[in-house]
Structure formats: C-alpha cells, structure tokens
Design a protein around this ligand. Structure first.
Ligand code: AMP
Length: 397
C-alpha cells in the first residue's frame, strides 16, 4: 500500500511516497518557491530531476508532484490511483486533537480555529491540505499533529501560572511541538533497550529545537509551549524570555506586539546572538575562525539544553537515557559535547572520541559501558511516523 506524506510550508511543499509493505521510500522531493517566482520542483524517484516551472499556488505544486510521480522516466507509480491515502503534517492540534484525524469539513474548521497557535505554520498547512484535497478528492487525507505526543502531559507541566479561569476559557496552556519526532525517537529508544519503563529525555535539536521528558513511553513535559516560541534558544527564535521584554520593546522600538513577536520568532536565537547565521555549520566555522559572538551563540544554545536536561531529570526523579536527534543533534558534536561535559555528577560518562566522529544516519551509543545514563544519537524520521499514522486510516484492501 502506498502512502503520500505532505509537509506544506508557506512557499514550499515537501513530499515523500512510501511503500508501506516494507516502509521504504519510493520517491521524495520538494516543490519550492511556490507563489514567489523562480519556482521549481526537485524530485528523487527512479531518477533525480529538477524541473523549473511556474508554480503560482500549492494546487499547481501538488499537480506537478503527481505528474512527476507518474512520469514514465522519473516517476515510481503508473497512476495517482495507486496512492491509498495522504498524510499531512500539522504543527498544532490545540485542545481539539490529541491524536491523528481524518480531514473532514469539521476537522478542517477546527484547524482554522486554532491558526493562532502557530501563526507562521498553520495557514500554509491549510493551503496544502486544501490543495491536495482538491487534486485528490477520492483518497482519505489524514491530519498528523506535532502536538499529539505531548497531550499526555499532566496539568503541573502543561498549565501556566495564570488565572485558571483564563486557561479554561481561552485554552491558554502549553501544547508543545515536534511531537512527531519525539514520538519516533521514544519508540526507537524503547526498541534499543528492549523495554518501555524508563525515563528518557529527547533532545530534538534542529533549526526549531525542543526537549521532551518521556516517562514509560509517555510525554510528561516538553520545552515548547502555547506556540513553538517557548523553551530552547533556536535558530531564529529567542525561546524562554520574560514577557515584560515584549512591552519594553514596544516602547523602545515603537513596534506593535505583532512586530515584537515576529522579531522574537525570526530575528533572535543564535542568529541574533551571533550576528552570523541561524545555521550551525556557519556558526561552528565562524567560531573556529575566532568569532566570539558565534562562540557565545553555540555556548548559549548548549547551556539551555543542559539546563532543561537538569530540569527534566529532576521532574522525572532521574533519567535513564538522553537521546539527541534532528539536524544539530545528529550532526553537531560541538553542541553535544558542551551539553554532556561535566555531567559525571549524575553518573553520565560518554566517549568523546566517538562523539567527535559519530557515524551519521544510524543510532549510535555515545555513553560508555560504566555510565549510569545511556546517551544515544538517534536519527529522526518524522515522515515515517506520519505514514504509519496515515496507514491506520487507509482503506483496507
Ligand atoms: P533541521 O531543522 O533538523 O533540519 O536542522 C537544521 C540545523 O541542523 C542547522 O542549524 C544545520 O546547521 C544543522 N545541520 C544539518 N545538517 C548538518 C550537518 N551535516 N552538519 C552540521 N550541522 C548540520
């Protein structure tokens, strides 16, 4: 059975086609610069190809994706009818969705209702869903949420210290994000150690970054909040900040609140601190060349990860495993070492040599055999989780 996974951004539409018999990837690619000119589709299927094509809307983009997927030379299927269901990544599910759901007029309305929980991502996501439904009306479309995995958080972790009636009425609480990745890594970690009853801290460190505390396979806390702005310092997001800074910035810069929030989302984080880049490859190169602000940005990023690990170890009454994942977690030993150094006080010891030369693309154990905390790098696979979730809704043949 073939499942198409879609991840729509404001000007991009990433896709991956799975054969679920063996969970293999048949084809993948991205339609990029949708609606902003010079658009193109980069596809890897039977062969790789980049097609320069005017893609004014997401609808044109998905039509082009189906075109290339069924192309005799580059495609991997004969007809779009071979696709049994389409899974859509959705950043926020609010209080409406604690698990994946079929797209219906009702669930679509609910998504519209919670756009403000992820104002940067949700409008794009809706555009993707609408376009795909229009072009492929016959197949089930499934919503897979980045918040579902965090829906098991207890009140002590998910509520803010605000008036309880405001939480009840306005649903102001912590929802988290990156749950699809946290779920995948938790399941892989459980497979690795052969049981579920352990305390795990997942460090999803990418351009967006978050930690989760996972007890017995269930999320009990996570660092992102009402929106993905809370928590770690990220590529361009500030992470945790005193809300009074918002008011202060409106006075000092003459901005309105939306401008401040946009600033905190897009111009801060390691990009703002370093003045160099949001990309850790650039930051490491710049720090190695002696740029003190790039060094500071890497240190601040890592320090906050370390601080959250301490908090979550305390919250779970101990930690059995720490797992690093996503772009930085998988590929940047300089961050992992800053996080892991000097944690012998909880019995954590790791192989520095192996960390520095960690093989990519596979699960690697970094902790030494005498460490009382396991440390792993576990590559994430969010698309596979979406495909597996979508499969549950696909018509049984
Ligand atoms: P993500 O959002 O998971 O794609 O992660 C993006 C971040 O991961 C960026 O800061 C990249 O610099 C970093 N990253 C991705 N791939 C690599 C790599 N091969 N080496 C070093 N950093 C990487």
């Amino acid at each position: 059975m073939k499942i198409l996974v879609i991840n729509a951004g404001s000007s991009s539409l990433k896709y991956r086609l799975f054969e679920m018999e063996n969970e293999s990837v048949l084809a993948k690619g991205v339609a990029d610069r949708i609606g902003i000119g010079n658009s193109f589709l980069k596809h890897t299927g039977k062969k790789e190809i980049t097609i320069d094509k005017n893609l004014p809307t997401h609808e044109e983009a998905i039509r082009e994706v189906l075109q290339v997927l069924t192309d005799p030379e580059y495609g991997v299927i004969k007809s779009a009818d071979e696709i049994s269901a389409v899974g859509h990544r959705v950043v926020a599910g609010g209080e409406y969705f604690t698990e994946s759901a079929l797209v219906t007029d009702d669930t679509r309305e609910k998504i519209r209702d919670i756009i403000e929980l992820a104002p940067l991502h949700m409008p794009a996501c809706l555009m993707g869903i609408d376009a795909c439904r229009k072009v492929m009306p016959e197949v089930p479309h499934v919503l897979v949420f980045d918040t579902s995995f965090h829906s098991t958080m207890p009140d002590v972790a998910k509520l803010y210290g605000i008036d309880y009636d405001d939480y009840k009425e306005l649903k102001i609480r912590r929802y988290g994000a990156h749950g699809i990745s946290h779920q995948y890594v938790s399941q892989e970690a459980a497979k690795i150690i052969g049981r579920k009853d352990f305390n795990l801290i997942v460090c999803h460190l990418g351009n967006g970054a978050s930690l989760s505390a996972v007890k017995n396979g269930k999320c009990v806390d996570t660092s992102m909040g009402f929106t993905p702005l809370e928590g770690l310092i990220m590529g361009t997001r500030s992470g945790d900040i005193d809300p009074s800074v918002v008011q202060y910035l409106t006075h000092k810069k003459g901005w309105d609140v939306s401008q401040v929030i946009s600033y905190l989302n897009k111009s801060c984080g390691v990009k703002g601190i370093s003045g160099v880049s949001s990309d850790f490859r650039d930051l490491i190169a710049s720090a190695n060349a002696g740029n003190a602000r790039a060094e500071l940005a890497i240190d601040m990023f890592s320090y906050r990860v370390k601080k959250y690990i301490g908090a979550y170890a305390a919250a779970m009454d101990g930690v059995d495993m720490i797992a690093f994942t996503a772009g930085i977690g998988e590929n940047t030993p300089e961050v992992r070492s800053r996080v892991l150094d000097n944690m012998e006080y909880i019995g954590l010891k790791y192989d520095k040599e192996l960390n520095a030369n960690c093989p990519r693309g596979e699960a690697v154990k970094l902790s030494t055999d005498d460490s009382s905390v396991l440390v792993y790098v576990i590559p994430t696979n969010e698309e596979l989780v979406i495909a597996r979730e979508t499969l549950r809704f696909a018509p049984k043949k």
